[in-house]
Design a protein around this ligand. Structure first.
Ligand SMILES: Nc1nc2c(c(=O)[nH]1)N[C@H]1C(S)=C(S)[C@@H](COP(=O)(O)OP(=O)(O)OC[C@H]3O[C@@H](n4cnc5c(=O)[nH]c(N)nc54)[C@H](O)[C@@H]3O)O[C@H]1N2
Ligand SMILES: Nc1nc2c(c(=O)[nH]1)N[C@H]1C(S)=C(S)[C@@H](COP(=O)(O)OP(=O)(O)OC[C@H]3O[C@@H](n4cnc5c(=O)[nH]c(N)nc54)[C@H](O)[C@@H]3O)O[C@H]1N2
Ligand SMILES: [Mo]
Length: 792
């Protein structure tokens, strides 16, 4: 178990005088058995991926329902996979899903149910003692439930009474800014648009979202330099690229369908470079689970170069690449630097060139941990490729200097003129299946004035203009007692946010916490004075309203908007769709204050889409265009070589290489996803591609770092994080020797979120630095020094 040593103040504070009971723990419990560790496989995909898909799909849903649902995933008449945001190819195969998509569908399509009976049996305190895996396995939520003041158990509540309760609390607030409205990225465009409209009519821009913890750094970094906070490539660009850089991303686990795209590229001769502290399995060799002749063979080699960077060594490495390119240009003038492009379309090249020229190779090599010859080889690939795609994910966005990471990638793309032409560009690979669409719909605490002007014009009200709270501000706001109501449309705010103990204290200080959810999770168990669980339809389920069967829309990672239609009967007759839920909430809270015809809008979602078409640029004729097979692309200036910054040019930027953050004895820890989870949803206890089975409380370390500390493989240790003189402790993790750079460590999210300090976040984007956690490792207090049989 973990604890925060920073402040020992009574966690019950103002909820509490009346509460005689001690508060239950807020972190997942210890695991009964240590994990089994073996050598990681060298090939991803293949037969094990199929076996695992079927095990999860049939196990949760049964063979008939399982097979039916899997055949509807990512088909033009089916539903968008509730997993990641990787786009669908134009020519789809019968089974257009991956192993982890199958797990996501199984998780939602399960036959198990969490009913009022379940909540009668289990008190909140008893549920707290269960693991995240167990909580998820209990099944789909079926009824709206309330936890009344001082109650030990959730009890059923009618929808009308639930909305009245939220209305009562919200309307009693001294200011609309005393409420925060979180969104997770599975919410559809239609629901997201209505939700932000409701929140702004209520009077606040307090719309924190999962993006704040995810690709916010990409949005910020790209918005400043190219004028749009999104990527510039399409799936077709991968068919023409000569080089693809995959930086700080683990597609084998988190975007498995991307491996098919990379495999096709590699077979055509495209070179793939991976920049990562870990040799992630999917990036080495890949056997396509849908190609029969591939299943048993050696797989396609994907990676042509692997640069094993130190955690947060990317600014140094990317500057090293730029420096090498400039040196080549000096030797072979006119062949490396895209002069014409730079003159026509960019600003700031000279300052950039001066900066990287002045950086010493010693600093580049020391800070990145990558030998100069490797950097040189990757630079030569950049120099000889006319069409380069740069992909990245959380390995770059969750550091204090995350925005600099992204902008150094932009610098390289601009230097080579590799943006705004076919086969080339920038590709932040999004996480949640509609996280990008939610932002487009206005889920943002810092909305653009043009967006608010359009809302004001089309909906005839004055939206609040001052910026709202992001995730970190929300945590502080609740902790300090300014934010009294917390409402979440999806997600698991307790476990996804940094600093779990701090977050728990924050949530426990509110008057009301409300979660719109499909599945039970820990956020339901750490609550305000009162709490509500409002169960909703999932993506896989049919949605029928007064106007007939409905579909909703989503936007994938490459800016394609398309329809998604549920295929099976809802898990319970008491569920509301998210758009309906928001409309009823808005009606209850705003009453005659709102002129929006909420209930009429949700009788037929095409009415919501007509509204979106009037407010949001690029959605003209939405209802007709979304009928086109595969959907439509949103406008993207930089994709066409038109930079949409104020200057009309793309900007080179100058950054300094971050200094050494570690003191002697310390390690830099990143928090990762295993192959068996979707964010805070734990599907199983294995991380197959890393050779770890049956346990999640592990710490991956370099064998010499283990030895130097007098530790041993399989030993049980405590992890302590260090930040501005504060320490936080997470207890009982098992040491696993791993191929990872010296002075680096890896653990799994959310078990180690307790170690991520709430105030350790990226400059400008304010994304928690959950891949840059400074820790020390020591034998566990009170634990046996060696666990027998923990490794194999
Ligand atoms: N099955 C499954 N799919 C998912 C998710 C899931 O949990 N499960 N989550 C979804 C979401 S919301 C997201 S955002 C994405 C996340 O997708 P990823 O970003 O791939 O997820 P992480 O596990 O956080 O992996 C980060 C990768 O970056 C590397 N890394 C860490 N620190 C550094 C660094 O300093 N430099 C470099 N160069 N690399 C570094 C790690 O070794 C790891 O390979 O996946 C989405 N898809
Ligand atoms: N330490 C550390 N922390 C991290 C990260 C990390 O890499 N390291 N990654 C960060 C990232 S990238 C992200 S995106 C966040 C994720 O943060 P969140 O999006 O808040 O978390 P999830 O685990 O995706 O949310 C899962 C819950 O969503 C609900 N749900 C699922 N489907 C639906 C639906 O269709 N509708 C509704 N209403 N609810 C649904 C279920 O109840 C489920 O329990 O976590 C962040 N936190
Ligand atoms: Mo994410």
């Amino acid at each position: 178990m973990a604890e925060t040593q920073r402040d020992d103040e009574d966690t019950r504070s103002d909820q509490g005088a009346a509460l005689a009971r001690p508060l239950p723990p807020v972190q997942p419990p210890d695991e009964p058995r240590p994990p089994l560790v073996s050598l990681p496989p060298t090939v991803a995909g293949g037969v094990p991926a199929i076996v695992s898909s079927m095990k999860h799909a049939w196990g949760e849903m049964g063979p008939v329902r399982g097979t039916f649902l899997l055949h509807k995933v990512n088909q033009k008449d089916g539903f968008d996979c509730p997993g990641c945001a990787w786009p669908d190819p134009g020519h789809r195969s019968v089974a257009e899903f991956c192993e982890n998509g199958a797990k996501a569908v199984a998780e939602e399509g399960t036959k198990e149910r969490v009913t009022p009976d379940f909540f009668r049996q289990w008190s909140v305190a008893e549920l707290c003692a269960q693991s995240d895996h167990w909580l998820g396995k209990q099944g789909r939520l079926t009824h709206p439930m309330v936890l009344r003041e001082d109650a030990t158990h959730y009890t059923p509540i009618s929808w009308d009474e639930a909305f009245a309760l939220v209305a009562e609390e919200l309307n009693a607030l001294e200011s609309p800014d005393a409420a925060c409205f979180y969104t997770s990225g599975r919410t559809s465009n239609e629901a997201a648009f209505l939700y932000q409209l409701f929140v702004r009519q209520f009077g606040t821009n307090n719309l924190p979202d999962c993006s704040n913890m995810c690709h916010e750094s990409s949005g910020t970094g790209l918005g400043e330099t190219i004028g749009i906070g999104k990527g510039t490539v399409t799936l077709e660009d991968f068919e023409q690229a000569q080089a693809v850089f995959v930086i700080g991303q683990n597609p084998g686990t988190n975007h498995p369908r991307m491996l098919s795209t990379l495999q096709a590229a590699a077979r055509r001769g495209c070179e793939i470079v991976s920049i990562n502290p870990l040799p992630e399995a999917g990036l080495n060799r890949f056997r396509h689970p849908q190609e029969v002749f591939q299943l048993l063979g050696p797989g396609t080699a994907l990676n042509s170069q692997f640069l094993q960077v130190r955690i947060n060594g990317d600014v140094a490495l990317l500057q090293g690449l730029g420096k090498a390119l400039l040196e080549m240009e000096a030797e072979r003038p006119g062949t490396v630097v895209a002069r014409g492009f730079i003159e026509d379309k960019t600003l700031g090249f000279d300052a950039y060139a001066r900066n990287v020229s002045a950086v010493s190779w010693d600093a580049v090599v020391a800070r990145s941990g990558v030998p100069r010859a490797r950097i040189q080889a990757a630079a030569e690939l950049l120099a000889r490729s006319e069409r380069i795609i740069f992909c990245w994910a959380m390995g770059l966005t969750q550091h204090r200097n995350a925005v600099a990471n992204i902008q150094e990638i932009v610098n390289l793309a601009l230097l080579r003129g590799s943006i705004g032409k076919p086969g080339a560009g920038l590709c932040p690979v999004r996480g949640h299946s509609n996280v990008q669409g939610d932002r487009t719909m206005g889920i943002w605490e810092r909305p653009k004035p043009e967006f608010l002007d359009a809302l004001a014009r089309e909906l005839d009200f004055e939206p609040p203009r001052h910026h709202g709270k992001d995730v970190v501000d929300t945590l502080h706001g609740m902790h300090e007692g300014q934010v009294r109501v917390f409402f979440a449309l999806g997600g698991n705010f307790l476990s996804a946010t940094p600093d779990t103990e701090f977050t728990a204290r924050a949530l426990r200080r509110t008057r009301l916490t409300v979660h719109v959810s499909t599945k039970l999770n820990r956020a339901h168990l750490v609550h305000g004075r009162r709490a509500l669980i409002l169960p909703c339809l999932g993506r896989t389920e049919r949605d029928v309203q007064a106007g007939g069967p409905q579909f909703v829309t989503v936007e994938n990672s490459m800016g394609v908007v398309h329809a998604t239609r549920g295929a099976v009967a809802p898990a319970s007759e008491h569920l509301l769709s998210e758009p309906m839920l928001v409309a009823r909430l808005a009606t209850a809270v705003l009453g005659s204050r709102s002129k929006v015809p909420w209930m009429s809008l949700v009788e037929d979602y095409s009415r919501v889409r007509d509204l979106i078409a009037r407010v949001i640029p690029g959605f003209g004729d939405f209802n007709r265009r979304v009928q086109e097979p595969g959907g439509f692309y949103l406008p993207n200036g930089p994709r066409e070589g038109r930079f949409t910054t104020a200057s009309g040019k793309a900007h080179f930027t100058v950054h300094t290489i971050p200094g050494e953050e570690l003191e002697p004895g310390q390690l830099m820890m990143m928090t990762l996803r295993t192959h068996d989870q979707f964010n805070t949803t734990v599907y199983g206890l294995d991380d197959r591609y890393r050779g770890i089975k049956g346990g999640r409380r592990v710490v991956l370390m370099h064998p010499k770092d283990i030895q130097e500390r007098g530790l041993a493989e399989g030993q049980v240790v405590d992890l302590t994080s260090h930040f501005r003189g504060e320490t936080r402790v997470a207890r009982r993790f098992v040491v696993v020797p791993y191929n990872i750079p010296r002075r680096c460590a890896a653990t799994y999210f959310p078990e180690t979120n307790v170690l991520v300090p709430v105030d350790s976040f990226a400059e400008k984007s304010r994304t928690p630095a959950s891949k840059s956690v400074v820790i020390t490792v020591a034998p566990s207090v009170g634990a046996p020094s060696l666990v027998e049989g923990s490794t194999s």
